[in-house]
Write a protein that binds this ligand. Sequence first.
Ligand SMILES: [Zn+2]
Length: 153
Amino acid sequence: MFTEVSAGLQSLKLISDFLEANRSLKNYNELESAIADVYAKLHTANEKLASANELILDLQQRNSSLQAKIDDLEREKLGKSEFETEIRKYQKHTFPTGMIAYAIKQEYADSVDDYDYVCKQCADNGKLSKLQPTLIRKIIVCPNCGSNIWIKK
Ligand SMILES: [Zn+2]
């Protein structure tokens, strides 16, 4: 592309030199041919500039798309590290029914009788979802995945 622009400029210089040397315009055909050559070279250079601009736009779009993905991954990574910090406060707990959840470790419980369980299925998928009591006192439910955990027979 820059080669074509440079060639176009060189041709202009040649025309200028030619005009200087042939002020009488005796060789009009040669001049016309040189001008046509300059136009052709400039046209080629313009086409290459246009396609280079398209390429730049495309690369800018790809760059911003990749930046958005990087931002998403960084947010996800931050979320995972928060999850890792929180899940360490829990330990696996098996209810008398044989069903499993994660129960808050005693040292992290707000009170002695703190009833704090996290859904095992969601925790295995990297989400911290606290199990909620239901009207049926034998069942607690995960608001995220809808799992019912039978805690009493
Ligand atoms: Zn769940």
